[in-house]
Write a protein that binds this ligand. Structure first.
Ligand SMILES: Cc1ncc(C[n+]2csc(CCOP(=O)(O)OP(=O)(O)O)c2C)c(N)n1
Ligand SMILES: [Mg+2]
Length: 359
């Protein structure tokens, strides 16, 4: 308990240990790692540009929320996880799924509503799942998955593991009751959960300042005596640095953290929303686009002589081919059969099914 308090106080007063050279190296990594980070973000970007195209052609139906502009958050955090850690997120989930290594084919087929999709074509854009990657969704109800993340943290601790659960959410979630109940329990029971708020400043068309009584929302964690930090979400290294501190805290001390990662979405709330001109001005959007996380990393690497235009173009072409392949795959995949409508609705709790599930 004493240990936990000191962590919290350190965060609150900004006196956390200054990262030494080794820690900086771990955050920035070598050229190979930086290329991987760039690749991860560019894959998300190209995949979603193609999704927007497919949506416009009517190949994708229903809701579809793009993540464009926020890629440094998914890549910066997930790049530090182990395969046995858990990830859970909202409906704006394509970027997280790709960063976690989910197959572009399986995701695109899910967006197209086809049988080869990761949820059998019945979940769609908002409900990407992959049990093998410990990727627990894709959730449509604002805030509803936060208590699930706390439950996963409890399960990890109960089983004596050292995994962590990474829970993404938008900033609107902090005004739901579920958020407070879940964070209170995680702090009280010392659970290894890292709650990441992707503060893109808007919940649909409502600016944070119009909906929240405090604007430095990471301070909400003070109510639960929980470690917290605010992070520049356009800088993938800043995200990695803050996340690696939280990760150590969760892995070695089983303590939760709340990170407010400030970012911006470059597209509308969903495909049916205007990009700008209604609740935000084009001038505001343009200002934020200048800090495109992919452009920032690429510029840094180009300046350091780590990547040139030819290598960049090659990476882009390769990624575009992967994305086109996912489109072709999705297009050829059949629609789920009518009978599948009744599958996966209720859990089979018969003893046979239970035995099968534990094997
Ligand atoms: C409980 C609930 N209320 C309302 C909605 C409708 N809704 C969908 S997204 C959204 C805004 C959420 O904004 P934020 O948490 O900031 O995430 P972002 O979309 O910016 O990623 C709302 C109100 C919902 N899905 N669930
Ligand atoms: Mg938001």
């Amino acid at each position: 308990m004493a240990k936990k308090k000191s962590v919290t106080r350190a965060r609150a007063t900004g006196k956390s240990a200054k990262a030494d050279a080794a820690a900086v190296d771990a955050v920035r990594g070598d050229v190979e790692l930086r290329l991987e980070l760039l690749h991860s973000m560019l894959l998300q970007r190209r995949f979603e540009e193609k999704s927007a195209e497919a949506y416009a052609l009517g190949k994708i139906g229903g809701f579809c929320h793009l993540y464009i502009g926020q890629e440094a958050v998914s890549t910066g955090t997930i790049s530090l996880l182990r395969p046995d850690d858990y990830v859970i997120t909202t409906y704006r989930d394509h970027g997280h799924a790709l960063a976690r290594g989910m197959s572009p084919r399986g995701i695109m087929a899910e967006l197209f509503g086809r049988a080869d999709g990761v949820a059998g074509g019945k979940g769609g854009s908002m409900h990407l799942f992959d049990r093998n990657l410990n990727f627990l969704g894709g959730h449509g109800i604002v805030g509803a998955h936060v208590p699930i993340a706390t439950g996963v943290g409890f399960a990890i601790k109960y089983r004596g593991g050292d995994q962590v659960c990474l829970c993404f959410m938008g900033e609107s979630v902090v005004n739901t009751g579920a958020f407070h109940e879940a964070l209170n329990m995680a702090s009280l029971w010392h659970l290894p959960v890292i709650y990441v708020i992707e503060n893109n400043r808007y919940g649909m068309g409502t600016a944070l300042e119009r909906a929240s009584s405090i604007h430095d929302i990471y301070e909400r964690a003070a109510s639960y005596d929980m470690a917290r930090a605010m992070v520049d979400g356009q800088d993938v290294f800043a995200v990695r640095e803050a996340f690696s501190e939280a990760l150590t805290r969760a892995r070695t001390e089983q303590l939760p953290t709340l990170l407010e990662i400030r970012t911006y979405r470059f597209m509308g709330h969903s495909m049916s929303d205007a990009v700008s001109g209604t609740y935000r001005t084009k001038a505001e959007l343009d200002e934020h686009v200048k800090r495109d996380p992919i452009v920032l990393l690429r510029a840094m690497m180009q300046e350091a002589g780590e990547i040139d235009d030819a290598a960049m173009a090659k990476m882009d072409e390769e990624i575009k081919a992967v994305v086109q392949d996912s489109w072709d795959f999705a297009d050829q995949s059949p629609e789920p059969p009518l009978e599948a409508l009744y599958e996966d609705v209720l859990v089979d709790t018969t003893s046979d099914a239970r035995e099968e599930a534990t094997v």
